[in-house]
Design a protein around this ligand. Structure first.
Ligand SMILES: NC(=O)c1ccc[n+]([C@@H]2O[C@H](COP(=O)([O-])OP(=O)(O)OC[C@H]3O[C@@H](n4cnc5c(N)ncnc54)[C@H](O)[C@@H]3O)[C@@H](O)[C@H]2O)c1
Length: 361
């Protein structure tokens, strides 16, 4: 692998300025892939950070950079008593809510009942937030709230707009991508209900195929890197490889969430993506190029779950309301992610299929 040269002028940084300095912030799911990057960023901005996580897919190791500066509470948000949770939340001004039963496509497809726990996790977090007097909740929502019918055409150039799933219009038709997407949509609707009834402030940020250091192998890009790292040959790609996604680098997502936490109060959902789409097979080729290795043979396994055919987000609302714009090209994001993967993993010489479907191995 060649030397990493990534120059991304941070246009979002000056927008975030010192809003978070000294703020008391609680992050649910803060030991997760995305949550831990948010923790590091907030600590750097001078916030006082509490993390609550049950470590089901999150890892303490993800928090090592900020460990001495944060308070960590291990708690299960699905079963915790409301009174106890309210006590924990008291004194915090902003809650970033990322805790969720979640994983890549293989995981959410094979755990439909487990992901429904998100309905209660979200409810407990919103209820405790309002009871504890938290000012604002920023909810980690997903592009899975959008109707699969809008994402069923190969080589589509349609960009999903927030209005395609409008949680303010409950009398309209709504549709979402399997149980996980429905639960996220219900999370958005619940948050707006707490805003309407109790005056809580909040915002839902809709992420799309986030990738970067610390993500697990149930997600497409890390799975592709893992297989190349283990020199899998024949190399297996799930589906026909034509499926298209809007891949968003984790640092861009964190900056979008921070700006949303500062600027949006009324539950308005905001897409955070790049507006660009890449086929999975082309991403695999980019990974081979960066890693300087190529399999002799590629097998396309259409028995595996792949989700919708083509998905990318319209990000004009985020540009307009937040002044946010993604900074990382897919090439730069992949270089950073591959650099991390190589530095933090050891080759075992084979691909463990369980890692691609389950977290916690
Ligand atoms: N990674 C993506 O591409 C993506 C895309 C859209 C939305 N999201 C959302 O972003 C958030 C973070 O996702 P991620 O990819 O960083 O990793 P993740 O989904 O594994 O993170 C979830 C975190 O929640 C914690 N958690 C799960 N159940 C819990 C419970 N009952 N009580 C307390 N903590 C619990 C886990 O330990 C983990 O740290 C999630 O809400 C996810 O749905 C992620």
């Amino acid at each position: 692998m060649g030397e990493l040269k990534i120059i991304c002028p941070n246009v979002n940084e000056k927008m975030i300025n010192n809003f978070y300095e000294g703020k008391k912030v609680l992050i649910t799911g803060g030991a997760s892939f995305i949550g831990s990057h948010l923790v590091d960023k907030l600590v750097g901005l001078g916030a006082q950070v509490t993390v609550i996580d049950n470590l089901s897919s999150g890892k303490l190791e993800n928090l090592k950079e900020s460990w001495s500066m944060i308070k960590f509470i291990q708690e299960n948000l699905e079963y915790v008593k409301l009174k106890k949770l309210t006590e924990i939340f008291k004194g915090h001004e902003i809650v970033f809510h990322l805790a969720a039963t979640h994983g890549g496509r293989g995981y959410i497809h094979t755990h439909p009942a487990d992901v429904c726990s998100n309905l209660s996790i979200d409810h407990h977090v919103f209820e405790a937030s309002y009871r504890a007097g938290v000012d604002k909740v920023v909810f980690a929502s997903s592009a899975c709230v959008y109707p699969p019918k809008l994402q069923g055409k190969m080589n589509s150039n349609y960009l999903l707009k927030e209005e395609d799933t409008d949680p303010f219009k409950l009398e309209d038709y709504l549709s979402a991508d399997i149980e996980y997407g429905w639960a996220k949509l219900m999370g958005e609707i619940q948050l707006i209900a707490f805003i309407k009834q109790y005056g809580l402030k909040g915002c839902s940020t809709r992420f799309v195929t986030v990738y970067g250091p610390r993500e697990n192998e149930t997600h497409a890009i890390i799975a592709l890197i893992y297989k190349a790292f283990e020199r899998m040959d024949p190399y297996v790609i799930w589906g026909n490889g034509e499926q298209e996604r809007d891949f968003t680098y984790v640092e861009d997502i964190v900056e979008g969430m921070l700006l949303a936490g500062e600027k949006i109060h009324d539950g308005t959902p905001i897409n955070l993506g790049t507006g660009k789409r890449f086929k999975i097979k082309d991403v695999a080729n980019k990974i081979f190029d960066i890693m300087g290795w190529k399999p002799r043979k590629i097998i396309f396994d259409s028995s595996k779950p792949v989700g919708v055919i083509s998905r990318a987000l319209d990000i004009s609302r985020a540009k307009r309301l937040l002044g946010w714009t993604p900074r990382f090209s897919i090439e730069d994001g992949l270089k950073k992610t591959i650099g991390w993967y190589i530095a933090s993993h050891r080759r075992s010489g084979f691909v463990d299929e369980r890692l691609l479907m389950e977290h916690g191995w």
